[in-house]
Design a protein around this ligand. Structure first.
Ligand SMILES: O=C(O)C(=O)CO
Length: 334
């Protein structure tokens, strides 16, 4: 088998997984290299590598943040059986086109949920309590007193609105319960009464009600034609001037121009974003210089344990597809 990995994550995390295939694999510290003609890792030059190894490639393993596999590229891989994505969001892949080639698409749901929920809570707390600003003041030798601008907003007992109470959203609700937060949620499908009761979440059929009532609004929806631009000027104007928008889904779910306006005018208090569009933002983008914005570079799943689990899951998906077995996390067209 020959597989192609695009990887931008710590390379040695692949080693134990590959070893579990009973392969003696060493991963030399080179950006592009071949592993026993079986798995080729491509960091910087995937396209060049593909033209070299194209006919042999049966699986592509790629991170969700990597530039999408191009249609012309995929159709030039006659042995390709699967595109195994690292991450749950597959908005960067043209699933109908890929499956029309007889190639399966797989993702890594479940294993990303805890780390992404932790990240959402981290952003919420850091923004509410101005933790990054506090650090800057603490390490600044010129600062002798604590400025009032460091005054935060209370998290405990506040109202959290979760837009998208799927796997990750539910984990966020579980965490927020520990902060005695009142939890509202909006979803395409209402969760069961048991699910709602176990985290104390109340369903808002109308998203506007959630926006009006929440102190923190967290976005956890998949990016789709329905959710692109879900939060635009109208939605931001419904939010409280003291409210914070947190986004751990995809940058395109928010109309960023409208967000910049709302943050500048004080229509909302702050934003904390692990995702933007594009990623990274151009260095002169206004979101990078607004004092009420906290941005992290799409690192919701970026922990050792979660990355290891994602790698294992990608490899399991790829091996199953190549062996003609059911793919554990195949993404099926609706
Ligand atoms: O799983 C995904 O799709 C992510 O983007 C995690 O941050």
């Amino acid at each position: 088998m020959s597989s192609l990995c695009y990887t931008r994550r710590i390379r040695n995390l692949w080693a134990p997984v590959l070893a579990s295939w009973h392969l003696k694999v060493t991963i030399p510290d080179r950006p592009v290299h071949q592993l026993k003609n079986l798995m080729t890792m491509a960091e910087d030059k995937p396209w060049a590598l593909i033209s070299e190894h194209g006919p042999k490639i049966q699986a592509i393993l790629m991170w969700n943040t990597y530039p999408a596999a191009e249609p012309s590229l995929l159709s030039s891989l006659p042995s390709l059986k699967v595109v195994a994505n690292g991450g749950v969001g597959i908005d960067h892949l043209d699933v109908p086109y890929i499956t029309s080639l007889g190639v399966k698409v797989a993702n890594t749901p479940g294993v990303v949920s805890d780390a992404t929920a932790d990240m959402a809570m981290g952003l919420l707390l850091a923004s509410a309590r101005k933790i990054v600003e506090g650090h800057q003041i603490a390490v600044d030798p010129k600062t002798t007193s604590i400025p009032q601008s460091l005054m935060g907003v209370e998290v405990t007992g506040s109202t959290l609105g979760i837009i998208g109470l799927g796997h990750i959203g539910y984990k966020i609700a579980q965490r927020s319960k520990g902060f005695d937060m009142k939890i509202l949620y909006h979803n395409r499908h209402r969760r069961s009464v048991e699910d709602e009761q176990s985290v104390g979440a109340s369903y808002c059929e109308n998203m506007d009600d959630l926006l009006r009532e929440s102190d923190f609004v967290v976005l956890v929806v998949n990016l789709s034609p329905e959710t692109k631009g879900l939060i635009s000027h109208r939605e931001l104007s419904l939010m409280k001037p003291t409210a914070t928008l947190i986004n751990v889904s995809r940058g395109l779910v928010v109309d960023q121009d409208a967000l910049v306006k709302a943050l500048r005018s004080g229509e909302i208090r702050a934003a904390a974003l692990d995702v933007t569009h594009p990623e990274p933002l151009p260095r002169d983008h206004p979101l990078l210089s607004l004092p009420n914005v906290l941005i992290t570079p799409h690192v919701g799943t970026y922990t050792y344990a979660t990355t290891r689990r994602m790698v294992q899951c990608m490899v399991d998906n790829a091996v199953a597809a190549v062996n003609g077995q059911p793919v554990p996390n195949e993404v099926k067209l609706k």
